[in-house]
Each structure stands twice: as structure tokens, then as C-alpha cells.
Design a protein around this ligand. Sequence first.
Ligand code: AMP
Length: 416
Amino acid sequence: MISAPRGTRDILPAESWKWAYIVKTASETMKDFGFSEIHLPIFEHTELFSRGVGETTDIVEKEMYTFNDRGGRSITLRPEATAGVMRCALENNLCVQGASAKLWNWGPMFRHERPQKGRYRQFYQIDAEYLGVPGAMADVEVISLSLELFRRLGLKNLEAVINSVGCEKCRPLYRKKLVEYFSAHKDELCETCLDRLGRNPLRILDCKKESCSHVADGAPDIYDSLCDECREHFAEVRAGLERLGFSYRLSKRLVRGLDYYTKTAYEILSGDLGAQNAVAGGGRYDNLSSAIGGGKVPGVGFACGVDRVMIVMEEQGCSFGVAPEITAYAVALDDASRPAVQVLTYDLRKAGIPAECDASGRSFKAQMKSAGVCRFACIIGSEELSAGTVSVKDMKAGTQENIPVSSAAEYIKARL
Ligand code: AMP
């Protein structure tokens, strides 16, 4: 037996309708915030991610599913959505001459990480990107959108954590300060962080290992290195969030794993997830478009992990709306009635009533058992067949009536 690859899962019917609820809620929330849905390719040219996400990030160095296609081109299964959205906006001229675009999408992402609870190799993200606006109001739009989505889904025990990671003007100075500081604590850093020291020292702030984390606590504060523009931007984002009534925690150690962030970086953490506790993350990325060869298009966005949102919603007993169910089950009393039962079932479906019938020749008793979990059983036997009627049993009202088969849909609808 061939099994699914490690780190992937099948989303079965018992769960899939709950996923649909999350995506529907996201779709409605996006609409209310003026975001339009787009669909993007699941694979892109590898350079999009190596140049966009950053050569020295964990994603690009260790986690991408990259292969040569039959034409010998290097292709990568998308590990995240933002670079693809920016490519799409540039390629389709969505942000020319100062135009802005609010775009959202959802679907699978692929990262070769070590699987654990809440961490998969194929996982799903709902992603929103606001392109073309450099000011802090756009950041507030995006952060409030993500928090509103979680409010509508009924998630509790969440914490928004924000930081500013500076820009190309002030980050080099901060980087220098970090290298000086961490170089003086080399013997306390793990192998990975020693490696990061020369290439991407900001990522040391992110390390979960205890000794690195301890050293990082004493690291220079990024706020002291921010240029005036970044400092002002950050203050405006914070004031904007406060005006909307959101509380948040500042964290100078939140740097996130992707190079393209400038200024705002944020995460939304759940108190009910264990080690993989981020349900969403995002921020501003004003240099991404030039990194992938476009003009200057600023952007800010977030991605929410649907797999993790599912786990939290289940654990917190959140509502997923109404589970799909069959309203009417058409039952054949004898073999001669089976064709009429299928016709009736189709008529009910055409009228928008979820209906089902048996297609495998099961006995009357077995059919009635299936009908037992539905609201209506619609029984046809030889008498009904010759009279053109159906016997409709309403399980809730405890009634049974013989009615013309042509009026069955109307009859049922009137009682729902
Ligand atoms: P990132 O693209 O790394 O900023 O991640 C954004 C969100 O996607 C995270 O907050 C998680 O909720 C989710 N996520 C990221 N990686 C994984 C993974 N391997 N498995 C499940 N969810 C993930």
C-alpha cells in the first residue's frame, strides 16, 4: 500500500466542511475590507523565491521543494504566497502609476520542515496583500483585517505581537551592532546561530534554543537604531491599532524568517497551540518588488495558517456553522420503484433540496435506516407508482402524508 508522503494529510469529509467554513468566513471578511480574490500558480520559477524571500533564509536554504522540469528549468513549489502575489501584480500591471491593489488568495504551500503538531510539509494559508501604499494606514488595514477574521471565527486567547525591523537605511547599522554584540557571546550560541552571525544576524533573535534566546534577550534594541522615517511609521501603526481598540505586545525579537520585511513585522499567537503557536504572520515589504526585478511597489500583508486555525477552533469548541446534511431520503419499497425514486431524488435536488437515494439495491429496511437520520423519508411503492404519488414521512413532526409526486419539493420546502 502506498501512503501519503510524510508531512502531508488528507482532509476527509468529516473535516472538509469545516475548512470550507473558514475559507467562506475569510472570503466574506476580505470582501468587507475591499480585498479581491486571485488564483496563482502553485509552482513558480525558483529565482522568484531565492531573490524575493532571500538566499540566507531557512526557507530558501533548506525547505524548498525544488526540481528541474522536463525543459531543464528550475521550478519550486511555492513555500509562501507573497512573492507570487507581487510577481502577479507586476506582471499584470496592477500597480502602475501609483495604483494600489488589495489582493487575497488561499491554497497549499510547501516547505520541507520536520513535521509536528501544527507543522506540515503541505499546509494551507489564507493570504492577503495590500500593494502600492507606503503609509502606516495600510499596515493598520492589514493587521485589523487579520484580527477581524479571527474575531469572526470565534478564536479566543490570541495575542498580537508587533515589531519594526527597520529599512535599508537603518538596518545596516542595527546589523552591525548585533554582530558586535553576538560576537562577544559566541561561545553561548548554537551552531546554526554561529553560522547566522556572518550572514543573517537578525535571525539569531528568533532562535528558540535556550542559550541563544538568553543571549538574544540582552541584544541591542532595534528601536534605538530606527531611522526617523521607520520610527514615525511604527508610531503611526501603533496609534492606528490603538484607535481601532486593539491591544498588542511589542517584541524587539520578532524578526520573522523572511528577508523581505521592512518596517512592520507582526504575528498573531495562540495560547492553545504549543510550540508552533503562530496562527498568522505578516508585515511590510517595501523592497520585495525591486528584489524580483520590478519597480518600486511597497506592500504589506499577512498569511494565516489554516491548519493551525482548525486545531485552535476544534480545541476551543468554536462553531463551524451548520454541518452539511441530506434533507430528504427517497426510499423504494420494491425493485420496480427504484427508477421512480431516482427521478424524485433528482427533482428534489433541482429544487435545491439536498436529497439522496440508494443506488446499490439495498433492502427497504436498510434504506429506511439511512432515511432515519434525514428530516424526510419519501417512500414510493407499487401503489404510489400507479397513483403518481409519494408517501412523505416528516421525522420531526412525526407525520406521514401521501401527496402527488410532482408537489413533493414544494411540500418539503414549505416545512423546512
Ligand atoms: P510564514 O509564511 O512563515 O510567515 O507563516 C505564516 C503562517 O502560516 C504561520 O503563522 C502559520 O500559521 C502558518 N505556517 C507556516 N508554516 C507552516 C507549516 N509548516 N505548517 C503549518 N502551518 C504553517
